[in-house]
Design a protein around this ligand. Sequence first.
Ligand code: PMP
Length: 405
Amino acid sequence: MSVDASTRLIDRLARRSASYADSPWAAIDPHLSAHPDLIYFGSGAPAAELYPMARFAWAAGEVWERLDPRELDYGELAGYPPLRELIVKRMVGLGIDAGDEVMITSGSQQGIDFVAKLFLDPGDVVVVEAPTYIGALQALDGYEPDYWSVPMDDEGIDVREIRRRIATTGRVPKLAYVIPTYQNPTGRTMSLDRRTALIDLCAEHGIAILEDDPYGEMWYREPPPVAMRGLSADVIYLGTFSKTMAPGVRVGWMVAPAAIYDRLLLAKEATDINAARPMMREMYLSADGFIDGHVAEARPFYRRRRDALLRALREHMPPGTTWIEPDGGFFVWVTLPVGLTAMDLLPIAARHGAGFLPGCLFYPPADAVDDSLRLSFSSLTEERIEIGIERLGRAIAEALGERVS
Ligand code: PMP
């Protein structure tokens, strides 16, 4: 195709395609090659050392050995029944009685897309935590919502602020998307009282709640408060094997209220007909009788990495830098000394050999502030964490020096 013809094609795209024009990573990637041995705190992936390779290999062998050709037909729209049962059983431990309304998804990311697809017309209001998960914004953006970015405090999203905005604007959001437990990116956990307050507010106004819970099992002190889906059967809940087993296999799940469950199934059918049937069997065989022990071993492993990061921050951060100590999950949210922005710091830090995700990426663009950054400790060794944070400390000191002079 000629250059002219392809330019014309770009002009013919739907309005929603504008939300796919720029990758959130485009602003970061060029800096990451600035140092030959850059220590990158940006990845939200688990530690590769913990991927259960041997278990997956065994399960894959078993599955293909036993598979009936009919199991390679289309089918199992809700998912492979034994895998759904395993998920339902494990969710009891999180305080969730899922009943039969569980659907296997291609990661929780797909669940966000389906819920957005079902609920959002252009211009509908979606409540998100400020800041929130980049990938959720990517999924929601395509449905052209208006965002209400609602600040958080130590107990989570400010429910009174949502109430105030409803009162002052006369608008009622369609959807509230929240990550109540070990939030991405702040590491914060919503208190039980706040969970209840949000559920009450949403029930009062008919707002759908989407609870995204990829990190709930990764607690390092004591288990978190009960999932919001455990407090109200009206909550739509997303779970995933991405953090407990491996993200690349793309197996997650959604628990939905009965009233919308059938529509979600048909949204799944419309998108990809069904999840990969051999993969669901491989995940079932791998996880059954294994995953609880695996998670129990992963907790102290990640706790040590979190502790190494917090120790290094105490030692190396210049005065005026603050951070939130998470009780679980993969992230520490660091707020910079007044006047520094994370985007300005990024090239300086990269030159010193440390990379991170600037805070401004975690907001809808209209609401973005850039006084903070996200550090992930999941995929770096304690030694690399220590070296990387020392480099980051030097970079912040240099940036502060530049600002003063
Ligand atoms: N939600 C949140 C809050 C996440 O942090 C992530 C992974 N970074 C996802 C969803 C996507 O997870 P999955 O691999 O299950 O699609």
